[in-house]
Design a protein. Structure first.
Length: 631
């Protein structure tokens, strides 16, 4: 958030700015020419009519802008009132309801079917809704939110929304922040020695409620439940892959150079006017990349070259050996490689298949002019060398224009050419039914190898109106038509208004590796009515048919999916049930077993209590006893 609000305010040095500067150097001569040649024409213009038309246009534009400002501030007032109302409601509940003091935490007892949540140092919960272990896990979860001061994050997010209510990215940021806070809290919960992953996940399943809580609170959000379970069961990213995030830095720098106001612009413009009439050489600022040292290895008919310069930057490119002119082995000499963008001149020597020497690139100014005619500005030889390295040709840009991409710029052309996004590829994507694909989407399409066959495969599987974003999501998860068909044939899917399956469920299935074999294994056991949510919960807890079978052997058949999840979350096995039965509890209900294990009323505990004279017939008495005596 700090970067988003401060980065646009940073001034960019003039030499690094990518904004086009106005040609103010020509202003004095224009004024003179205008004064000498156009005075007579001005006298003949219908001045009154021009002034009236201009006044009308200015008035209309001013009126529109005024209403836009009114609309903006109306939205700010509405969202500010909503923010204040939520705060008042929370403080009213916190200081008018019964509370329990737990150190610095205030546990506020509420009534009704409301999800637990926290605000500041207050935890809002209905204690009558949950069993003892779930209740304790909820309190620990909310205490982590409070200790990590997540309320401050949420308050900042709400303040941003008050002033950025019209900005869809602000809403997405608020949603992402909420998800991240829950991921952080879940991770901290799983670090607690007293919390088992399966038990905690089952508590999430039980606690998640459909009611809409106040957005200022941290809460058990049902819509996040699948993502949180998937995240907890996902493999943690390797520390060695964190370097990828450093690619964000050059991206932010690029945006700043493109959009930020250049520093000392007025001084630069003044200097330009003073120096009117002087012409700067186009090669005044030559990039260091255009000359330096080369190191090469010949592999078959390919030459792999590494370029280094004085700035210790380097790059590697591979060329066909046939592209070089004058290349010979085992003697010092010069040779060159020419492409449309320019010529690379090499000096050095090859000994066998290895060589080294120096290079110097000379850009083709005519190529730069041709590109300028196509709307692409190449400022200097550095830009030309990039086009040379990727081997971008004028015909390639013309092809993009012919395909409807009229406003393509150099930052878009480079990755398109590097990925070999050809005319045939674009035609094949459009032939597959993706007619309105934009230039920015072509890049991830090609990098993910999304082709006509893949698109047609997805469409045939039932996605008639598949969007480019859907295709990118599906392809990135290696979801193809066969997987979708298996998913559809094996599950009870809920379709949207377009008659298509929920993409989030398909992705969740793929992430958890829920395949047809897994689903069919439950169907063979009689579980024909499992919903997608049931399957996700069972797989997340690693409930397998083998796990179910062990209970059938001790007399428990047709166990519901909810009970299976509860049993697994408490790590209850058939052997544990036998231990309870050996103590004389013959007619044990599964809910009693789950309750006993949850509070710690284990067979060992029951034996210890009986030795002290506490002999009860029902296990529920020992559950209550454990709740009283604790550890």
């Amino acid at each position: 958030m700090l970067v988003a609000f401060t980065l646009p305010l940073l001034p960019i040095p003039q030499q690094f700015s990518l904004q086009k500067q106005k040609e103010t150097a020509a202003i004095p001569s224009i004024k003179k020419t205008f004064a000498k040649e156009s005075t007579a024409e001005l006298k003949t213009l219908p001045v009154n009519e021009v002034l009236v038309n201009e006044t009308k246009q200015q008035f209309n534009m001013s009126l529109i802008l005024q209403w836009i400002v009114y609309l903006y501030w109306f939205g700010v007032i509405v969202f500010a009132l909503n923010f204040l109302m939520q705060a008042v409601i929370l403080f009213y509940r916190a200081y008018t309801s019964e509370i329990i003091r737990d150190g610095k935490f205030r546990i506020v007892e509420i009534t009704g079917d409301k999800a637990p949540c926290s605000f500041a140092n207050n935890i809002f919960i209905n204690p009558e809704k949950y069993e003892w272990e779930t209740y304790n896990q909820i309190l620990l979860h909310e205490k982590i939110h409070i200790e990590q001061k997540h309320t401050i994050d949420l308050l900042l997010a709400e303040i941003v929304l008050v002033f950025q209510w019209f900005n869809p990215f602000a809403w997405q940021w608020r949603k992402a922040l909420e998800s991240n806070l829950e991921f952080l809290t879940d991770n901290e919960m799983l670090q607690q020695g007293s919390v088992e992953k399966e038990s905690y996940q089952f508590s999430l399943l039980k606690v998640a409620a459909p009611q809409f809580p106040l957005s200022l609170t941290t809460n058990y959000n049902q819509s996040l439940l699948k993502k949180r379970i998937i995240m907890m069961n996902s493999k943690k990213s390797n520390v060695n892959t964190t370097w990828k995030y450093f690619f964000l830095l050059p991206l932010l720098v690029l945006f700043a150079c493109l959009f930020n106001q250049p520093a000392a612009q007025s001084q630069t413009l003044t200097s330009n006017i003073k120096n009117e009439g002087t012409k700067a050489s186009p090669n005044t600022q030559k990039g260091d990349q255009t000359e330096g040292n080369w190191f090469a290895t010949i592999k078959g008919n390919k030459v792999e070259m590494e370029f280094k310069n004085d700035e210790n930057s380097h790059s590697t490119h591979t060329y066909d050996i046939s592209e070089f002119s004058g290349l010979s082995k085992d003697k010092q000499g010069t040779f060159s490689l020419t492409r449309e963008a320019g010529t690379m001149n090499f000096t050095g020597k090859f000994e066998g298949n290895s060589g080294k020497g120096t290079y110097k690139f000379v850009g083709n100014k005519n190529f730069a002019k041709e590109m300028a005619a196509q709307g692409i500005t190449l400022a200097d030889d550095t830009d030309l060398m990039v086009f040379f390295a990727v081997n971008i040709k004028t015909s390639y840009v013309k092809m993009l224009h012919k395909k409807g991409y009229k406003n393509v710029d150099k930052e878009q052309v480079i990755p398109l050419a590097a990925l070999n996004v050809s005319e045939d590829y674009i035609d094949s994507i459009k032939d597959a039914g993706i007619g309105n694909i934009d230039i920015e989407t072509l890049i991830p399409f090609k990098s993910l190898n999304i082709d006509k066959a893949f698109i047609e495969d997805i469409i045939k599987s039932g996605y008639k109106n598949v969007s480019p974003e859907n295709l990118i999501t599906l392809k990135s998860q290696n979801i193809d038509g066969k997987y979708i068909n298996d998913y559809r044939s094996s599950t009870k899917t809920k379709k949207n208004e377009s008659g298509e399956e929920n993409e989030d469920n398909i992705v969740a299935f793929k992430t958890l590796n829920i395949d047809k074999a897994y689903i069919d294994s439950f169907k063979k056991m009689g579980y024909n009515d499992l919903s997608n949510d049931d399957l996700i919960a069972l797989k997340a807890l690693n409930v397998t048919p083998e796990y179910v079978t062990q209970f059938e052997k001790v007399g428990y058949k047709n166990i519901s999916s909810e009970n299976l999840a509860a049993l697994k979350s408490q790590n209850i096995t058939a052997d544990l049930i036998k231990e309870y039965k050996d103590l004389g509890f013959s007619d044990l209900d599964l809910n009693d077993i789950v309750g006993a294990k949850a509070v710690g009323a284990t067979p060992t505990f029951i034996k210890a209590m009986r030795e002290k004279g506490h002999n009860f017939k029902g296990i529920e008495k020992y559950i209550a006893l454990k709740a009283v005596v604790g550890n």
